[in-house]
Write a protein that binds this ligand. Structure first.
Ligand SMILES: CCCCCCC/C=C/C(=O)SCCNC(=O)CCNC(=O)[C@H](O)C(C)(C)COP(=O)(O)OP(=O)(O)OC[C@H]1O[C@@H](n2cnc3c(N)ncnc32)[C@H](O)[C@@H]1OP(=O)(O)O
Length: 713
């Protein structure tokens, strides 16, 4: 766990606890023993702490036994012999706190520093809130601690975290340095004994404002700020007491459990399992050496960029030279933007673009491992493209379709290789968003799934395997939320009432601000297509489609030319086309009132609780249906999809975790209540799995036992 290597008067304590050298119980004990042993050995004059591979990524989140990291930090700092931290890789959380308790820090130029504690719902409670401001000053501490972000060695040096940045072996350099300072006095090297520079109120106000915006609804960042600030006014020992007292508040808030669940859920989600039993453990994917993307629109160019960024050569294909050129210009513009923002250098940009090829038509696609089709959502068009690709591409080429809802089996039916067809649901912008829903059809092979998961990870996504149904996991659940949002308006709410409740819950934007952003006409088009497919002609009086309640409120606004931000008016008034600030609008309220009057809908005052329940319970209910149907293979997959794809508030863990936290019996009972009131909305019919879990009082994590025990599921 910790190797003790004594050489030339220096004791090197090297943490060896793969994969990330987390400070689990055994590591803490071994560091403590190593420090004591080195302290007692008269031949040892100085000590170096390092990690094998990387430094230390923090506390082991699953293990909080003694000795605490705080005790360890105090032991290090009070050592009579100089202690040097040799840092490569990550010095995060408790690892960072260990580093700043050492008397000196030598870091490799590629090492990273940070306090990610706030993102897992805790504080740097091993003295970090007190030592860090004493090391870097209050302003920098109030910036870094609540942000949870990592910084590089160069910035760490600038801030005074690191004493020296090296290109070569940090451990060798640290050992050399440790030897050179043997016997030197350490008084001014003990961070806890320094005063806090720049302890000013103004920093606190600005930092609180920023944290409330960037970490909306999260308690830990705000508590970190107050503890760090208070500590700057107190002697170190008293600051540590404040830190300990406030840590208890945060640890018992409920957010810690949710955030740590989210951390592990995100790491569990790519680990796939199919109903046939094949899994990431049993089936290997085929690496993708080169690829083609069909369609140079927003999605196609975004997907192309995601692959280019990962070093995969891509041919971007269009049927028309004009569209191709437009897509390539957009792509080049985005890369130029990255260069001017210094996210990449011009050389890196040139290297990326050297892997881009373009083609008009599919003829050249005779030697690609993968084709991702990303044309607009039209089944007939997609089938035609797949039939053609099937003729041209080698039989082993994977043919994947980027779609947010369409039937993968139907698209696959246009080919002679349905086993190699799969849906890749990328999120906009595809080069940035972390989520990738990999949709398996009935005939998609396990090898194709394995390859898609491997591909997803390679291009920097969190890939989650889902089954084939309308909207897959994310959009299928989202649709229920969107429907209820409309019904709430019909029944008496204003758009701002509904948006406020959603935003208070933790979503960045409420459903109507989102719709204004994406365009009301998009939703109306979808609705009309659905009606057409059902052979129903929509007229102003239509309130049901296939027996299901629908709302045509968006259509009423679109008919008046109000399509959202792009036209300056949607559910809000933006002042001008392309305006960004939503204002409540009497005109829109008149449209809503008129719409309701025409349909004889009586408007009423809808309570806050009802708005919240009607937005989120149908979505949660759908999540349980998705589990019982095997569309998702575990609740963690659903939660990951919502956390990464739809900005669900992380401190509630995701919709499934949230339901469990509220209580599955309570959730079930409320769904039943609304099911009685809203017989024309199938999304209120309670999930059988949820019913069983609620009745048996089984927590969500044990859902599989209930699902397997029930013959009805
Ligand atoms: C708990 C109360 C203690 C009170 C004292 C308070 C003071 C100290 C607090 C802390 O230190 S809290 C922890 C702070 N550190 C973190 O949050 C870091 C979390 N880890 C990461 O950000 C990343 O893992 C990484 C270090 C940047 C490496 O990323 P990479 O993509 O290379 O690997 P991952 O897939 O993320 O992880 C690999 C493997 O390791 C597991 N793991 C990672 N970190 C921890 C951890 N801190 N504790 C336990 N396990 C950890 C992760 O789940 C992966 O496991 P598998 O999925 O492979 O099983």
């Amino acid at each position: 766990m910790v190797d003790y290597i004594a050489r030339d008067g220096v004791a090197l304590l090297q943490v060896n606890n793969p994969p990330v050298n987390a400070l689990s119980h055994h590591v803490r004990v071994a560091i403590e023993e190593g420090l004591k042993k080195a302290g007692q050995d008269p031949r040892i004059k100085s000590i170096v702490i390092s990690g094998k591979g990387s430094f230390i990524a923090g506390a082991d989140i699953k293990d909080v036994s003694k000795p605490t990291i705080l005790e360890l930090c105090d032991l290090i700092e009070s050592s009579g012999k100089p202690v040097v931290a040799a840092i490569k890789g990550f010095a995060l959380g408790g690892g960072h706190e260990i580093a700043i308790s050492c008397h000196y820090r030598i870091a490799h130029e590629k090492s990273k520093f940070g306090f990610p504690e706030v993102d897992i719902g805790i504080l740097p409670a091993a003295g970090g809130t007190q030592r860090f401001p004493r090391l870097v000053g209050l302003e920098a501490a109030l910036d870094l601690i609540p942000s949870g972000r990592h910084i590089g060695a160069a910035q760490a040096f600038k801030l005074g975290i690191v004493d020296k940045v090296v290109r070569g072996d940090a451990v060798e350099e640290a050992v050399k340095f440790a030897k050179s300072i043997a016997g030197e006095p350490l008084v001014d090297r003990r961070t806890s004994q320094r005063p806090v520079m720049g302890a000013e109120n103004a920093f606190l106000a600005a930092a609180v404002k920023l944290a409330m915006k960037k970490k909306k609804g999260m308690i830990a960042p705000i508590v970190c700020l107050s503890v760090s600030f208070m500590g700057s006014l107190l002697p170190f020992e008293q600051g540590i007491q404040v830190e300990a007292a406030e840590a208890v508040v945060v640890f018992t808030s409920g957010q810690m459990g949710a955030l740590q669940y989210a951390f592990f859920a995100q790491r569990a989600a790519p680990k796939w399992l199919l109903p046939c039993g094949a899994s990431f453990k049993t089936v290997k994917g085929r690496p993708i050496r080169n690829a083609a993307v069909i369609g140079a629109g927003t999605m196609g160019t975004g997907i192309t960029m995601a692959m280019l960024n990962a070093g995969i050569p891509v041919t971007l294909v269009e049927q028309d030279r004009k569209f191709l050129d437009k897509g390539v210009s957009l792509l080049k513009l985005l890369y130029a933007g990255s260069v001017s923002l210094r996210k990449i250098t011009q050389d890196q940009c040139d290297a990326i673009l050297s892997k881009l090829n373009t083609a008009v038509g599919y003829k050249s696609l005779t030697n690609v491992d993968l084709v991702i089709e990303a044309v607009y959502e039209n089944m007939a068009l997609k089938k035609q493209i797949f039939a053609e690709l099937d003729r041209i591409c080698p039989p082993e080429t994977f043919l994947w379709t980027n779609t947010s809802a369409l039937d993968i089996d139907e698209i696959a039916s246009a080919t002679r290789r349905p086993d190699k067809v799969l849906g890749t649901h990328f999120f906009v912008p595809a080069y940035h968003m972390k989520l990738l829903e990999n949709v398996r059809g009935k005939l998609t092979s396990a090898e194709t799934v394995a390859s898609a998961q491997m591909f997803g990870t390679r291009i920097g996504k969190i890939p989650v395997v889902v089954g084939n149904c309308h909207g897959f996991v994310g959009n299928r659940m989202l649709h229920k939320y969107v429907y209820e949002a409309d019904f709430l308006i019909e029944e008496g709410c204003w758009p701002e009432d509904v948006d406020m409740v959603a935003e208070n819950f933790g979503l960045p934007l409420g459903p109507f601000k989102v719709r204004d952003l994406s365009g009301l006409d998009i939703r109306v088009r979808g609705l009309l297509e659905q009606a057409k497919a059902a052979g129903i002609e929509i007229n102003p009086a239509t309130r049901f489609l296939n027996g299901e309640r629908i709302s045509l409120l968006s259509k009423s606004l679109v008919d008046k030319g109000h399509c959202g931000r792009k036209t300056g008016r949607g559910f809000y008034n933006y002042g001008k086309p392309g305006g960004k600030i939503p204002l409540n609008d009497r005109f829109i309220k008149d449209v809503i009132v008129e719409y309701c009057a025409e349909r004889g809908i009586e408007r009423r005052k809808v309570a806050y609780q009802e708005i919240e329940e009607r937005l989120f319970l149908p979505l949660i209910n759908e999540g349980f249906k998705i589990l019982e149907e095997g569309i998702a293979s575990k609740p963690e997959d659903i939660d990951t999809i919502w956390l990464l794809g739809y900005a669900w508030p992380r401190h509630t863990g995701g919709p499934m975790y949230y339901a469990n936290m509220v209580g599955l019996d309570k959730i079930y009972n409320r769904i039943c209540h609304y099911n009685e009131l809203h017989k024309h909305s199938a999304h209120w019919q309670p999930s059988l799995l949820l019913k069983k879990l609620a009745a048996s009082k089984t927590p969500m994590k044990d859902w599989m036992e209930v699902a397997q025990a029930s013959s009805k599921l």
